[in-house]
Design a protein around this ligand. Structure first.
Ligand code: FES
Length: 337
């Protein structure tokens, strides 16, 4: 019989017996050799493709069953010039052994990840070797010294409404730390966690459009124990949770407490917006009503008195020239350290 199947976004006409396994048609008729023949009975997964978003063993499904459906093979997700992120990760980690079933593993992983975009995910690390800070700064955290995690989730709000997310995450992080007993923790605009004048940690937020909403990743790094020589290396005050918590909770306990609080805060933000967090941030600000100096994005220094946050999370300073709103800059603490 003649039928049309939709493979990697193209309609392909094939002539085959209705019961012919899809794998045979892909490999023999369409010359798509990425899906492999392993067991031939739907057990090993070497022949995995994605059909209408679901991972399917192509050796075990007749071609007639997929007519009109959308089929994706490994050839459809990346090329050697532009590999899919999963392929890049496999290459970077040299994850393949003999390599025979790698395409099946990657297609299974892709289907799994694609099917779960709505569910929050928290990934924690023991060591950070190439962490990213604001403006491309690199962060290193030796094994066992940091509370390091990223929380990924989908929000209904579009990216243009997310300018306050790092403020929301900061408020939630300090709430969680104070609940653990770290009473002296506070916030420095826009994304630093402070203990006195020492930097305890930082928050970095990445966003991208996802349908009508947004995919958001909130990365949080907090010093759990003091790393010898760090303050001298950074030439500024540095603090760690061991300076203010005794007994010091384990890193997993801290991650769990922060992860729950940040997730709850982001869901509340998604529902009600930034406004409810403005007064909370001001109550947790390390330097409310104090004179501040801010290095602006163009290098100029702006001096003024901290005057809370604008409705979008920008810092407001009362200067000699009136109220100024800072959206991109860094509060300097040299005089305090
Ligand atoms: S070849 Fe093993 S599951 Fe298809």
């Amino acid at each position: 019989m003649s039928l049309v199947i939709n493979v990697n976004g193209s309609k392909r006409e094939v002539v085959a017996d209705a019961e012919t396994p899809l794998l045979y048609v892909l490999r023999n008729d369409l010359d798509l050799k990425g899906a492999r023949y392993g067991c031939g009975i739907g057990v090993c997964g070497a022949c995995m493709v994605i059909v209408d978003g679901k991972a399917v063993q192509s050796c075990d499904v007749p071609v007639s069953a997929v007519a009109g459906k959308s089929i994706t093979t490994i050839e459809g997700i990346g090329t050697s010039e532009r590999p899919h992120p999963l392929q890049r990760a496999f290459i970077a980690e040299q994850a393949a052994q003999c390599g025979y079933c790698v395409s099946g593993i990657i297609m299974s992983a892709k289907a799994l990840l694609d099917a779960r975009p709505q569910r929050p995910a928290l990934l924690a690390a023991n060591v950070q070797s190439a962490g990213r800070g604001r403006r491309g700064r690199r962060w290193h955290s030796p094994a066992g010294t940091g509370v390091l995690f990223s929380l990924g989730l989908t929000l209904a709000r579009p990216v243009r409404e997310l300018s306050g997310v790092s403020i929301v995450a900061g408020v939630a992080a300090v709430r969680a730390l104070r609940a653990l007993g770290a009473a002296g923790t506070a916030l420095k605009w826009p994304n630093d966690l402070m203990l006195g004048v020492g930097k305890l940690g930082g928050i970095l937020v990445e966003t991208r459009a996802q349908g009508a909403g947004s995919a958001v990743v909130v990365g949080i790094g907090i010093n759990h124990r003091n790393a010898p020589g760090l303050a001298a290396r950074l030439r500024r005050g540095v603090a760690a949770l061991e300076d203010c918590l005794s007994p010091l909770p384990g890193r997993n306990a801290v991650i769990g407490a922060l992860g729950r609080e940040v997730l709850g805060a982001l869901c509340a933000f998604d529902a009600a917006g930034f406004e409810p967090f403005r007064s909370d941030w001001e109550a947790l600000h390390a330097f409310p009503g104090e004179p501040l100096r801010v290095r602006l994005a163009d290098g100029r220094i702006l001096a003024g008195v901290a005057a809370g946050l604008a409705p979008d999370g920008a810092l407001q300073l009362r200067t000699r020239g009136g109220l100024r709103t800072v959206r991109n800059g860094r509060v300097l603490l040299e005089r305090r350290a």
